[in-house]
Design a protein around this ligand. Sequence first.
Ligand code: ADP
Ligand code: MG
Ligand code: MG
Length: 878
Amino acid sequence: EQASSPYIYDLADGNADMKPLLGGKGAGVAEMHRIGVPVPDAFTVTTTACVETMRTGEWPAGLWDQIQAAVKRLEERTGRTLGGSEKPLLVSVRSGSVQSMPGMMDTILNLGISDSSVEALGAEAGNPRFAWDSYRRFISMYGEVVEGIAPHIYEDALSAAKQAKGVASDTDLDAEDLKALVAEYKRLSSDALGGAWTTDPMEQLRRAVDAVFKSWNNPRAEVYRRANNISAAMGTAVNVMQMVFGNMGETSGTGVCFTRNPSTGAKELYGEFLTNAQGEDVVSGIRTPRRLEEMEQVLPEAYHQLIETMELMEKHYKDMQDMEFTIQDGKLYMLQTRNGKRTARAALRVAGDLVDEGIIDKTEAVRRIEPGQLDQLMHPGIDPDAKPEAITTGLNASPGAAVGAIVFDADTAEERGKAGEDVVLVRWETTPDDIHGVIQAQGVLTSHGGMTSHAAVVARGMGTPCVAGAHELAIDAANKVVTVNGRTWHEGDIISIDGTTGEVFEGAVKLIPPAMDEDFERIISWADEVKSLVVRANADNGPDAAKAREFGAQGIGLCRTEHMFMDEVRLPAVQRMILAEDQAERAAALAEILPLQQSDFESIFEAMTGLPVNIRLLDPPLHEFLPGLVEQNLKVQELRLTGGSQEDITREEALLARVKKLSEANPMLGLRGCRLSLLYPEIPVMQTKAIVRAAIAVKQRGGDPVLEIMVPLVAYPEELKRLREIIVRVADEEIAAAGIELEYTVGTMIELPRAALVADQIAEYADYFSFGTNDLTQTGIGLSRDDAEGSFLNAYIDNDIIPANPFAQIDRDGVGELVRIGVEKGRKAKPGLKTGVCGEHGGDPESIELFNEIGMNYVSCSPYRVPIARLAAARAAL
Ligand code: ADP
Ligand code: MG
Ligand code: MG
């Protein structure tokens, strides 16, 4: 007889490579079994069966027959019978997708317990109470998860039983009490279903498998998938596994362990366990578990075997493992293993250590780090010097600092978080049902649950700071207050949490900007060895440029000169320039601005000495520097009404007239960029002078400025030709006057479709191209960013009309194609033409992959994304 059938794999027939078919859990247990680690016997229903079921709405033909046959084989191998009155077989029915989604889908334990098997189970264990308690738990779990019965009906019955006996704890109920409770549970279940309650284990199994299939599409699984970019098409496998009992007494137990610390990456013991407990007890946060270290005293033999198994598994998978285990009467069983979810800091540390330990090589280390995850490390931390006294402390479950308003439920966290407010979700414990709130919160604080609770695992995976098990918190969620050590906090009060230390503070603590630590530097330097793209930063001032350099930027890819204009000292001069009646007046105003711009450029050249600095000439429409039309109108009215001086009135009226004249219907496509410079050549003249003089000054002080001057929004080659002439004339004059040698290049932005299409003609006048992919996305797709984001764009993404926000991740087929054409045409006309990208896409890993593929020379992004871009560039090159 053939063992495994198309939709079923018996434990012995699977292995680690079969993850797509068996899910992570199924492949993991099969692999453990294969290498001799003790695992309860099992079989796995494939993800294909789930996908088929979702596609057609019913089980694929033959699936039920195959499951029945697999149960028979499991019964033969174990020498037990499902629901049998002698040597009964009990199983769990476990979900398990390809990419792990901790706690998001359903699992049913203790299936096979029934009126006929419960006595035998109790007799075998020498513990009838245990059997009846398992039966009670099974009915409520099965009723809830599979039949959708409201959990409170069981909880109420349990409370009533305790009250009737006058006891407080579940453990005070004896076998007889539980037996009566089971009868009551069955009656309640049957009533709830109008008599349709089934007691046949085989039928229960059929329904349980179906429920697990369906749990692939439950709301929390959907939310989790969306947040983690997991495809909805993959489906879950279903693992049917013989039960082992951690709740048979004090020589039994259950727990979770990591082979390294998933928070810090340190190679140390990290795990939790409980004696006389089953399954979810440890991870659900209902009981606070004990530290794994203590297990050495309680269950020494199993403990040492566990430590050995952890070492074996880590060597085998060459990565940190997160494992579940259960001890039944002193005997250890492993129930699950997966590559452990970890913080970015831990990911870097583990990858570095694994290289040191000779387990993986440097390239593999680079491959192991998800660039997007590094974002976590680029957020501010709590300033240790300005740190106030902690009000209370919990477990440091997920590192990082979070400051926000207290909210007491996930829905409010979601609502207020989406509205842009920083919130900290404060809960007794969090369950997988809170996932939508956790995603939107800055941080999570719980009064219960341990380091391996679902809350902690999910928070770490997402990089959300979390303090768990802060016992001193007395949370009254109904009335939205929490009291702790004499303080009372209400919803909306600001608190701070430090997930690195476990501390909780009142109010907003002072934060400091992030810095790169040793492990970070090390891996990123390995990334630099393999990447071919240069990574520059966008920076508009000296301090930002210095920060960028600290993060490894190899130059400035975009310096926006207009940001310097916004300064409150300069704005009046800029406004005078805009209001000028004639060229002379305009030149006078510009002369005021020149030294100010020059000093800004000097500090940038100094910070970036030896590395290129690409400075863009004035880009935005002039009215951005003026007050709004309505605002100015009001000002004039008010002056008139309050009897302002004639001089003031005349001046404000002139400004109003100018505002009116400059206001445009569609400023994004109006008088801006090179158009502005061509209309008012005094502006590029002044800016060129400021740039070149700054470079001369820095060079005279011994620095090495490498300047690039860039013209924005070119559509026609003629535009660049004329502006280049102005820039070159002014620059050469300045250089000659200083009697110094100084090189510079003149380039252009490619940010209009026309420019990309005639890039060969434009290249004639350009020393380099910088693709302004923000504007190229707006103009290439015909999508106004300000009008789309926060409006219809989300609906587009949610409804799968487009795969992602094109302003965050480049639209490969459209805008990406324009970039490709621009690069190819430019290089055809001018072989070896230097091309780069500025704009947010320069820091986005997916987009970087495309830019690398096109063969561009550099990307440029905000200083804090530089390390991410360096890593992404390396991974793109691998
Ligand atoms: P999740 O994906 O939510 O972690 P699991 O399928 O791993 O769900 O099961 C939930 C809990 O039940 C885990 O703690 C697991 O160890 C436990 N469990 C699952 N199957 C068995 C079994 N056959 N025997 C004992 N405990 C089990
Ligand atoms: Mg699990
Ligand atoms: Mg632009």
